[in-house]
Design a binder for this molecule. Structure first.
Ligand code: 5GP
Ligand code: ZN
Length: 114
């Protein structure tokens, strides 16, 4: 989608720091990290939010979750632990309307979700 920030990042029209990439997913450092490890992982295909996952496109979730495991190992947080977050919609604070998961770790995180 031409006016989508994360599509532009996927297409290298907007610079980012790559962490992991396949033909279907791209992961890069969050520009405002909340922890020593803060990676965003997105499908290369534009999917606006978790609400837009369907029987036709949900296969991408397999790629995303396997990529999360690779990234966690690569960045050394697989054993220490991390939080995997998806914000969906306004009440959750989704600011970029392209499906993305936050991988946050590298320090002890609050045990409270909210
Ligand atoms: P959301 O709040 O939608 O779940 O998360 C959006 C995330 O994208 C935020 O953590 C924010 O820091 C990050 N972000 C926003 N703009 C950019 C950008 O231009 N580059 C990168 N790397 N991250 C961004
Ligand atoms: Zn997009």
């Amino acid at each position: 989608m031409s006016d989508c920030l994360f599509c532009k990042i996927v297409n290298r029209e907007v610079p980012s720091t790559p962490v992991y990439e396949t033909d279907k997913v791209y992961a890069f450092l969050d520009i405002e990290p909340e922890a020593p490890v803060h990676v965003l992982i997105v499908p290369k295909q534009h999917i606006a939010s978790h609400n837009e996952l369907t029987a036709e496109n949900v296969d991408i979730m397999k790629d995303i979750h396997l990529a999360v495991n690779e990234i966690a190992k690569k960045l050394g947080v697989a054993e220490s632990g991390y939080r995997l977050i998806n914000n969906c919609g306004p009440n959750a604070g989704q600011t970029v309307l392209h499906l993305h998961y936050h991988i946050i770790g590298g320090r002890e995180l609050s045990t409270k979700i909210l």
